[in-house]
Ligand binder design. Structure first.
Ligand code: DX5
Ligand code: ZN
Length: 215
């Protein structure tokens, strides 16, 4: 069964604690936490103080998506602040292998992320080391953008590669996910659907969870 990871970027930060309580009650499994530095992506979002506060009020799995330059400088802090999963962009470091090991040294789940324009085959040497792969299905930086269909082939490739090589990383997708695009991703083998604007636009968050899971 696919897991749902609402992206907090689209929640109401003025009532963050209530939002997180509603997210948990909705049946979503993971909280997706988007960190942007205004350099790697043209936007600035949320960071360590919010993560620390969030950790105090929820026992949900927190999935930190680092959209930052020089992720190695910040990985230790984001692990210590309470992340359960941390992902770094392949494009943001010259040393993706080191960055992945750094996350794992904190006993956190380690993921590699690629932008829509980055070929998935570039990941072949790192797939044996990661717990999950995050495929960006929009260009990162903003919520509410349209799903880029050409990214579907990357999910197909990753699903086949893990079968062929007996690996068990999870495949996560992020950007423009709704009930329709989410189904396309699931059909190709995605295990975790991140959803921001689609999820939080609902009055009752149980509804997008039901629809995304296809129940
Ligand atoms: C985009 C972020 C996403 C974003 C998704 O840069 O990584 O997690 O919040 O938002 P939607 O689901 O609205 O595309
Ligand atoms: Zn994200």
């Amino acid at each position: 069964m696919v897991k749902i990871a609402p992206s907090l970027l689209a929640c109401d930060f003025a009532i963050l604690k209530e939002e997180v309580t509603s997210v948990k009650e909705s049946g979503a499994e993971i909280l997706h936490f988007d960190v942007m530095d205004g350099q790697f992506v043209p936007n600035i979002s949320i960071g360590l103080p919010i993560l620390e506060s969030l950790r105090k009020v929820t026992d949900m799995t927190i999935d930190t998506h680092l959209m930052i330059e020089n992720p190695e400088q910040m990985i230790d802090l984001f692990c210590e602040a309470g992340s359960d999963m941390v992902s770094v962009h392949y494009e943001a470091t010259n040393h993706i292998h080191r960055a992945i090991q750094q996350i794992k040294s904190h006993n956190k789940l380690a993921g590699v992320v690629i932008n829509p324009g980055t070929p998935v085959e570039l990941l072949s040497q790192i797939l044996v080391d990661v717990d999950f792969v995050l495929i960006m299905t929009v260009n990162p930086g903003f919520g509410g953008q349209g799903f880029i269909e050409s990214t579907l082939d990357k999910i197909t490739w990753l699903n086949q590669y893990r079968k062929d090589n007996n690996l068990n990383y999870e495949i996560e997708v992020d950007g423009g996910i709704n009930d329709q695009t989410g189904k396309l991703c699931k059909d190709q083998g995605a295990d975790i659907l991140v959803a921001g604007s689609y999820y939080f636009k609902h009055e009752d968050y149980k509804e997008p969870v039901r629809k995304l899971k296809g129940e």
